[in-house]
Design a protein. Structure first.
Length: 134
């Protein structure tokens, strides 16, 4: 009986967002660093994005938020074992940190093979820097 009471007290003390593992339910807030010449080759461009309402310094915040909403796991890495061609588009890189729908995000985007190119292409409205000629 004492254990049941203790469990109930703990559950009542923990907010619902913490119990579900979400840092803040439904919030999307991203910080994006774009390296046009790679991380070793020059200046960095900084962007921000928040959704609901859509705002930020990415070129089209509303479109970026729509793209994020349409993707199940927008920043998921390329699955292990995926067959990718060794085609590279350029030195551009990006680092994305923050939260999407309350879930933490830490993603590094590079253009080193066809799988990484497609990953960034899918997120081009969210993460500036994808080559226009691709």
């Amino acid at each position: 009986m004492v254990r049941v009471v203790l469990v109930l007290l703990v559950l009542l003390a923990v907010p619902a967002s913490a119990a579900s593992g979400a840092s803040s339910s439904g919030k999307t807030r991203l910080a994006i660093l774009e390296y046009p010449h790679g991380r070793e080759g020059g200046p960095v461009r900084r962007y921000g994005l928040r959704c609901v309402p859509a705002e930020g310094t990415v070129p089209q915040p509303g479109r970026a938020c729509s793209v994020l909403a349409s993707l199940r796991q927008p920043f998921a890495p390329v699955p292990r074992g995926e067959i990718c061609s060794q085609l590279a588009l350029g030195p551009q890189e990006a680092l994305v940190t923050g939260t999407v729908n309350g879930r933490r995000v830490y993603a590094r985007l590079r253009l080193r093979d066809s799988c990484e190119i497609e990953r960034w292409r899918r997120l081009a409205a969210v993460v500036p820097g994808f080559p226009r000629t691709a």
